[in-house]
Design a protein around this ligand. Sequence first.
Ligand code: NAD
Length: 349
Amino acid sequence: MKYNISVICGDGIGPECMASAVRILEKTGERFSHSFDFEYLDAGGIAIDKYGKPLPEETLRKAKCADSVLLGAVGGPKWEGIPGIRPEQALLGLRKGLNLYANLRPAFLFESLKDASPLKPEKLPNGLDIMIVRELCGGIYFGESGTGEDFAYDTEKYSVFEIERILKTGEKIAKSRGAKKLTVVDKANVLESSRLWRKVAKETVKDPELEFLYVDNAAMQLIMNPTSFNTIVTSNMFGDILSDEASQLTGSIGMLPSASLGDGNFGMYEPVHGSAPDIAGMNKANPIASILSAAMMLQYSFELFEESRSIFDAVEKTLEDGFATADIMTEGKTLCTTDEMTEKIREYI
Ligand code: NAD
């Protein structure tokens, strides 16, 4: 099969991590007889330099025609302070323009990186594997807001349509992971919008069983009892905060991929980390978040499950062999550059 992928490298470590992901995809294509065609597009700071705007129309137009999008990271000090223009506007523009309303943020801890988690090993007897499904296009970040002399407000507003579609995504993901329950996180004891989420959830989700948790309790349980979660579905703001909390349980931000999905199989895949200007161009960045983002793309957009699994397994074996980039380096491991880490993973595909 042939797949067309829009590749947006972006800024800072974006291009180097993307180069790693592309190398891994090429090897996976070779092994499983698929052809991945990459079309490189500009967004973020580099697009500001070239076109005076973070998201050129051509980038969005071409991305819409692709089978999926891979994104590196955007932003950096070079583009701070330009009035009305920020590289990060490209992210919102892409999510909105591509109608990507479901953000999948896995928090996965590889056995060999257990030491990197801030949690005690006894809290993670079988590692950690949580998927947070966050609503991405609605809620308080897009609600009405305003300020007066001595007040300010932002509104959390969700329609039944918006809640239903994200819950259906949550249900689908939970089922695909063999979850026994889907946890809906809200604040239904005080928020009307959360009470609507609960009502719609009960009407929409048939399988697996539903569990409702208040967000404050969920934040505590992620630390106290993290293995009690499988799949969480929640609103934009709660998902933003909880997915960052969960990501920290896994050690390094350099390990975490994400997917943004809409209707159908189209998706945009990107590491959770930013452009890391402090290490850009030094061949030091951990490429695994970008490589696992490519693996998520194979799974969710192309339904190439074995191929996706082979990337995941290759990462796991490389880590088990004791190879580590600086961010996940601990005593007894072998320090690798970005390129070396990529090559080790490539060899295992
Ligand atoms: P960051 O994620 O870029 O970096 C935070 C810390 O983590 C830094 O010390 C960095 O060196 C380290 N780090 C990040 N990724 C790493 C990797 N793959 N390997 C090893 N270490 C890694 O966050 P920041 O410093 O707050 O932001 C830097 C820039 O990135 C800002 O302009 C910010 O707006 C932007 N940003 C972009 C995105 C995105 O494109 N999706 C996300 C977050 C931040």
